[in-house]
Design a protein around this ligand. Structure first.
Ligand code: DOR
Length: 443
């Protein structure tokens, strides 16, 4: 089987860590062969004209929930991965809170089998930690196609939970790869949910799962990570206080952190007033003070990467009264257009997008072959027109969820073409060719 396709991307404005420069990119056999101001066409190699367009390496989304198996009415690996490439995301790492949860090698291999021939993007799957499987995780995390271990310190969608320090320490002492953690404090969550008054609406979500829930758990986590010397990754940071904590503790690569576009582009109370439970996720979107601190943390490098936390639910479920309405916002397809809005608004630069959506996740998880478009890397890229704004029609979004807080937003940066290892896999708001996603490799 060929390793990949051949393609010459001509005249696009290539986003690299040094900035944006007009460059041609030649991909042969799925790998970047050359990057130069002018590369002559080769016989039999298709030329894509990209003058005036931006060319980014394919984005890596290290946190998605694609619901297969057990929740296919909300999403499956085919629809989720189509939404991914529809947003220029060519690699994704999927979370274990499916039904059944991915808590053993058989279930991990089952997901890999389901993805083969159906996923449009390269992929890996997390193992879910529990007090029961803690000691085995160290062996299991070495299975090819495993993204690593994911811990829920606080309850969210599904039943995965490692609520106490003793169990968490057992998880952290089993294995060596970076552990991804949803850090909200379970005992405090239990107390806060028990205190909800009848008639409380979704606007109270940031007070129910309050700053203290997140800060307590993140503090417990980084103390344990330091004690065990085990690298951890704090998922979807949501508070100014956690950013300050990470800055102050300065633990370098031992503790890395991620933020979702929702926490960067939505703010309370407005988002709950406008979108109701569509804007409800865990940990919650909070007010502007937190949003601004998260933006600053991202620019300072305290936060290393963006993960969409793409988490589809049915509309019917979202319409249940709070707190029965489920938490989660689909978002794998809207990362790039939102970040390009950040560039237009002047607080982000093009090369920040590369750092937080490509090199950051690749470094945090030790991905092989994924990174900036330089010779030897996989030929994954996305060509976008940064100027062509549209009020996002829901029909462009491929998630089975069928809702998004960003519907109707004037966004630009929809892929004219998404390329996976030299093969065009998406263009004209539709998939191109057969699904070509492969298992991601880790160093
Ligand atoms: O809002 C969320 N939804 N946060 C999570 O941690 C899980 C996710 C889901 O799977 O629905």
């Amino acid at each position: 089987m060929s390793e990949g396709g051949d393609l010459l991307i001509r005249g696009g404005n290539l986003v690299s860590l040094d900035g944006v420069q007009a460059q041609d990119v030649l991909i042969l056999g799925g790998k970047v062969q050359r990057v130069a101001t002018r590369i002559e066409a080769l016989p039999g190699v298709e030329v894509i004209q990209a003058a005036g367009k931006l060319v980014f390496p394919g984005l890596i989304d290290p946190q998605v929930h694609f619901r297969e198996p057990g929740g296919e009415e909300r999403e499956d690996l085919a629809t989720g991965s189509l939404a991914a490439v529809g947003g220029g995301v060519t690699s994704f790492m999927e979370m274990p809170n499916t039904s059944p949860a991915t808590t053993n090698p058989e279930r991990l291999v089952d997901k890999l089998r389901r993805a083969a021939g159906r996923s449009l993007a390269d992929h890996a799957f997390f193992l879910g930690a529990s007090p029961e499987n803690a000691e085995q995780l160290g062996d299991w995390e070495q299975i090819p196609g495993c993204a690593g271990v994911k811990v829920f310190m606080g309850s969210s969608t599904g039943d995965l939970l490692v609520p106490d320090d003793a169990s968490l320490e057992r998880v952290l002492r089993s294995g060596s790869r970076r552990v991804a953690v949803h850090a909200e404090d379970e005992p405090r969550l239990i107390a806060r949910y028990a205190a909800i008054e009848p008639g409380t609406g979704v606007s109270a979500h940031p007070q129910v799962r309050d700053v203290e829930c997140a800060l307590l758990a993140t503090t417990r986590l980084i103390n344990l990570a330091e004690r065990c010397g085990r690298p951890v990754h704090v998922l979807h940071l949501s508070t100014a206080e956690e950013v300050a904590l990470l800055r102050e503790r300065d633990l370098g690569d031992l503790v890395t952190a991620e933020v979702t576009p929702n926490h960067l582009f939505l703010e309370a109370p407005d988002c709950y007033e406008r979108y109701g439970s569509i804007a409800q996720m865990n940990p919650p979107v909070r007010d502007r003070r937190h949003r601004d601190a998260l933006r600053q943390g991202l620019l300072d490098g305290i936060i290393t990467c963006i993960g969409s936390d793409h988490a589809p639910h049915t509309r019917a479920a979202k319409e249940r009264p709070y707190p029965e309405s489920p938490s989660g916002i689909p978002g794998v397809q809207t990362i790039l257009p939102l970040l390009l809005m950040g560039v237009r608004d002047g607080w982000l630069q093009m090369q920040d997008i590369l750092r937080i959506c490509v090199t950051g996740p690749a470094r945090v998880y030790g991905l092989e072959g994924k990174g900036p478009l330089v010779p030897g890397m996989d030929g994954d890229l996305v060509v976008v027109d940064p100027e062509e704004k549209s009020e996002l029609p829901l029909s462009w979004l491929h998630s089975r969820a069928g809702f998004s807080p960003y519907a109707g937003w004037p966004l630009a940066g929809w892929p004219e073409m998404t390329v996976l290892r030299g093969y065009p896999v998406y263009g004209g708001h539709a998939p191109l060719g057969p699904p070509r996603g492969r298992m991601l490799r880790f160093s």
